[in-house]
Write a protein that binds this ligand. Structure first.
Ligand SMILES: C[S@@+](CC[C@H](N)C(=O)[O-])C[C@H]1O[C@@H](n2cnc3c(N)ncnc32)[C@H](O)[C@@H]1O
Length: 243
């Protein structure tokens, strides 16, 4: 049976292997990814132990998922990392009761979970927990906007590199418009503090995803900086899906 001791043992083995000079670059990348998942797994198991049937007692009416440091007043924040009201790996479902939520908000979260399994599960779970007429607002990097930079680029290409990658050590490696596309779609370099992108979305894909999950309408959402993270306004696409 899988236990915390197994996870801790594995973690220690990985740390030791990462320090070995003979560990190849490829293996080190895979090990770092596994170590990250082990941390997520341990965090999730600790919460699951408190709520073994996958439902918390509270019934919050406004919920944010994957808010990171951008906590919203009056919202119950679920994330796999602190700060959050509940630490939970949402790829395993949303730990809230059926038809209890009025408004579910998430931005720059969906592209960080795998598609189709976890993304479609998130859409179905969002639909399940929302009450009648309940609304899901979701924002992601707008792949259509980014692809518009290829092959010749626009005035926005430079702004994208500066505002999205300005503080990253990958900056030296973005030399062509295709490099920009690569970074936006993967958002992955060897810096372990950055989370990769697993899937890209545009308006059409968001409509398809949430319609398939059972939402009756999926419309563009007018960006509201009172709710959303103001730094996400530029280059993102948001929709509001109504149950
Ligand atoms: C790029 S950050 C976005 C933070 C914030 N929404 C914003 O726009 O500034 C992605 C967030 O999703 C969270 N996240 C990623 N995968 C998750 C998962 N499987 N379950 C719960 N939260 C997750 C991360 O911990 C992180 O806080």
């Amino acid at each position: 049976m899988y236990t915390d001791t197994t996870a801790t043992g594995l973690d220690q083995q990985i740390t030791a292997l990462l320090q070995e000079p003979t560990t190849t670059h490829g293996l080190a990348r895979a090990l770092r990814a596994a170590q990250k998942e082990l941390t997520v797994h341990r965090t999730h198991l600790a919460s699951q132990r408190a709520w073994p049937n996958g439902r918390i007692d509270d019934t919050p009416r406004k919920v944010q998922i994957g808010g990171g440091a951008h906590q919203i007043d009056g919202y119950f924040n679920i994330d796999i990392a602190l700060p959050a009201d509940l630490l939970w790996d949402v790829r395993e479902g949303i730990p809230l009761h059926d038809s209890t939520v009025d408004l579910l908000f998430s931005e720059h979260f969906l592209e960080h979970i795998d598609y189709p399994r976890s993304a479609k599960n998130f859409a179905r779970e969002a639909h399940r927990i929302l009450g009648p007429e309940g609304r899901l607002i979701t924002g992601v990097p707008d792949a259509a906007f980014v692809l518009h930079q290829y092959p010749e680029g626009t005035d926005d290409s430079g702004k994208m590199i500066k505002s999205w990658y300005g503080k990253r050590d990958c900056l030296d490696h973005i030399n062509t418009h295709l490099d920009l596309i690569n970074y936006v779609f993967r958002d992955q370099d060897d810096d372990p503090t950055y989370h990769p992108h697993f899937w890209a979305y545009d308006h059409e894909k968001l409509v398809q995803l949430f319609t398939e999950a059972g939402f009756s309408t999926v419309e563009p959402w007018n960006f509201d900086p009172e709710l959303a993270n103001p730094k996400r306004e530029w280059g993102s696409v948001y929709v509001v899906a109504t149950k």
